[in-house]
Design a protein around this ligand. Structure first.
Ligand code: C2E
Ligand code: MG
Ligand code: MG
Ligand code: MG
Length: 277
């Protein structure tokens, strides 16, 4: 009969759920320890000028090195850290790591910039600008060489976020609107944004296909960005045809596997050195 089968299934489901919950609960708990042990690692994905095909900077992307040596991607712990408030510590850690790993190198390459992802609560109150200023002084790095990325949803509390972003820009930092097109910002509101660059979300680059045969919405986003005097970085470029098409449409920069995957600080330095030679 079906009864033993149903009981077995229910048991199995229970065990699976238990493991899932325990796994998830164990993550935020061990984050402070991970920060202390410096188990978070920063990788750098190069950003290229689409016309000259030269690397102009990189985006800092955090990973969590687990006890077994595996690197856990940010999607597995950033959302949780955002709701627990631990994201501020991650942001500070990433900023410190970027400057300690690349501060000296940035000093030698004044045209290069590194952009750092901010969460909503990083721009909800003025805080990050002070740490940035202190670290820039300590490592003698120009503010133009540290950029900040914030998503549309990170700008939910518009008033406060605008103040923080405006102050970052007043200090010389660039501000990038990340994952653009996946949120729900109105055009009127976009006009008010203290930003320098729109990053076109990967989903719109994907939509171009590998041969960029269908034009989709990416060209419209690029045109709108230009009307708002914003530069464009397209993310997730995997195919040559996409890079060509986006450049032709007026996107200045791009990043993606076509150019490079996220690299260690040392690999990133080598890439820039090779380019200079
Ligand atoms: P994001 O800021 O939009 O970063 C781009 C993501 O796309 C990265 O994933 C990158 O590795 C991936 N990517 C880039 N090019 C390609 C490509 O050509 N193909 C494919 N398939 N993927 C590509 P990652 O590193 O897993 O980061 C995911 C998200 O986690 C980031 O999205 C960002 O929102 C968040 N994140 C990463 N580091 C930090 C951080 O330090 N702080 C905060 N608050 N969020 C972070
Ligand atoms: Mg980003
Ligand atoms: Mg992005
Ligand atoms: Mg994205």
């Amino acid at each position: 009969s079906w009864l033993p089968v149903a009981v077995l299934l229910a048991l199995l489901l229970g065990v699976l759920t238990f493991h899932q919950v325990r796994y998830r609960q164990s993550l935020p708990g061990s984050l402070p320890a991970a920060l202390r042990r410096r188990a978070l690692r920063v990788r750098y994905q190069p950003i290229y000028d689409l016309a000259s095909r030269r690397c102009v900077g990189a985006e800092a992307l955090v990973r969590w090195r687990r006890a077994d040596g595996k690197l856990l991607g940010p999607d597995h712990f950033i959302p949780m850290a955002e709701s627990s408030g631990q994201i501020r510590e991650i942001t500070d850690y990433v900023l410190e790591q970027v400057l300690s790993q690349l501060g000296h190198f940035l000093g030698q390459n004044p045209d290069l910039y590194i952009s750092i992802n901010l969460a909503a609560c990083d721009v909800a109150v003025p805080r990050i600008d002070e740490l940035a200023t202190r670290l820039l002084l300590q490592y003698r790095v120009n503010a133009t060489q540290i950029a900040f990325e914030v998503t549309e949803s990170g700008l939910a509390d518009t008033q406060a976020a605008q103040g923080v972003l405006a102050s970052l820009r007043a200090r010389g930092h660039r501000v990038l609107i990340d994952d653009f097109g996946t949120g729900y910002s109105s055009l009127a509101y976009l006009q008010e944004l203290p930003a320098d660059v729109l990053k076109i979300d990967k989903s719109f680059v994907d939509a171009l296909g590998h041969d960029a045969a269908s034009s989709g919405v990416a060209p419209h986003i690029i045109r709108m960005a230009h009307e708002l005097q914003l530069k464009v970085v397209a993310e997730g470029i995997e195919h040559e045809a996409q890079a060509l098409f986006l450049a032709e449409q007026g996107a200045q920069c791009g990043q993606g596997w076509l150019f490079a995957k996220p690299l260690t600080a040392r690999q990133f330095r080598h890439l820039v050195e090779r380019q200079k030679a």
